[in-house]
Design a protein around this ligand. Structure first.
Ligand code: CP
Length: 307
């Protein structure tokens, strides 16, 4: 049985296959409507979500399966003190596969050690968000028709932004990837990502405070929200939350073929005036999340694609 806790749980070949299946689902959705008949997905969300939970649930429904679950810890027996391990043992008796989000780093890994069904990490604290990364990779593949030879700007909260950590971990396995890490000093990428992932894999990267100086070099600009929920004091959050605001003016220096991604939700970091720019891909990206999650559910349940 396979779980998806960290994006490294998938080989590059497996990721490429998931992207291929997701693209086939986009093109021929009718071929997939009964693939998960009589199967159940449980979505256990101990932390808020719009895209991840609803796209997982829609993915299972579009595959002909059913969905159970909860969207906040307070409506589960976690509020009475039940452990994650016990919750997983119980839900594994009701569902065939579980997607789980938890504020504590490592909680989905703990869950996977006790689970009798596949566990998907749908985000654990400031740590990882592998299915967002699959969504990002599908989007980059659709927009650029490649996952190598890219200069990727990651901008905003690189310290707490789990989507950034997972994306870097995934992208270092492709050829000729360069990163421009754009953040305020207080929100720089953690040292363990630099040492264990970027430097260990000899990846070219620079760290900078300035989006304007580097926007013209980028193939991909991945904007992120400052993660209010991970700050220890409100004052620091208020000081940093509007550090970067991407607007039409800043985009004047960007390339015509730039792709702008954002895992969403957005707060102020992308002005709404950018939404109609052909380079803005973030709403397409959110939609892509459903297709790649359909492909992932099929893979983890060992249900063949359409070939
Ligand atoms: N991108 C993402 O994880 O969004 P949600 O928090 O709405 O699921």
């Amino acid at each position: 049985m396979k779980h998806l806790i960290d994006i490294k749980d998938l080989t590059v070949e497996e990721i490429d296959e998931l992207i291929k299946v997701a693209k086939d689902i986009m093109q021929f959705p009718d071929n997939y409507t009964e693939k998960c008949k009589h199967k159940k997905l449980a979505t256990l969300f101990f932390e808020p979500s719009t895209r991840t939970r609803l796209s997982f649930e829609t993915a299972m429904l579009d595959l002909g399966g059913n969905v159970i679950g909860f969207s906040e810890a307070s409506s589960s027996s976690a509020s009475k003190g039940e452990s994650v391990s016990d919750t997983i043992r119980i839900v594994g008796g009701y569902a065939d596969i579980i997607a789980m989000r938890h504020p504590k780093e490592g909680a989905p890994l703990v869950a996977s050690l006790k689970s009798t069904v596949p566990i998907i990490n749908a985000g654990d604290g400031g740590h990882n968000h592998p299915t967002q990364t699959l969504t990002d990779l599908l989007t980059i593949s659709c927009e650029k028709n490649r996952l190598d030879n890219l200069t990727i700007g990651l901008c905003g909260d690189l310290k707490f932004g789990r989507t950034v950590h997972s994306l870097i971990t995934a992208m270092v396995r492709y050829k000729n990837i360069k990163f421009v890490l754009i953040s305020p000093d207080e929100l720089k990428i953690p040292e363990y990502i630099k040492e264990n992932i970027l430097e260990k894999n000899n990846i070219e990267y620079i760290e900078t405070n300035s989006l304007e100086e580097h926007i013209g070099e980028l193939d991909i600009l991945y904007m992120t929200r400052v993660q209010k929920e991970r700050f220890f004091n409100e004052e620091d959050y208020v000081r940093l939350k509007d550090y970067y605001i991407l607007d039409k003016n800043k985009l004047e220096k960007a390339r015509e073929d730039l792709s702008i991604l954002h895992p969403l939700p957005r707060v102020n970091e992308i002005s709404t005036e950018v939404d109609d720019d052909p380079r803005a891909c973030y709403f397409k990206q959110a939609r892509n999340g459903k297709f790649i999650r359909m492909a992932l559910i099929l893979k983890l349940l060992n249900i063949g694609g359409n070939k």
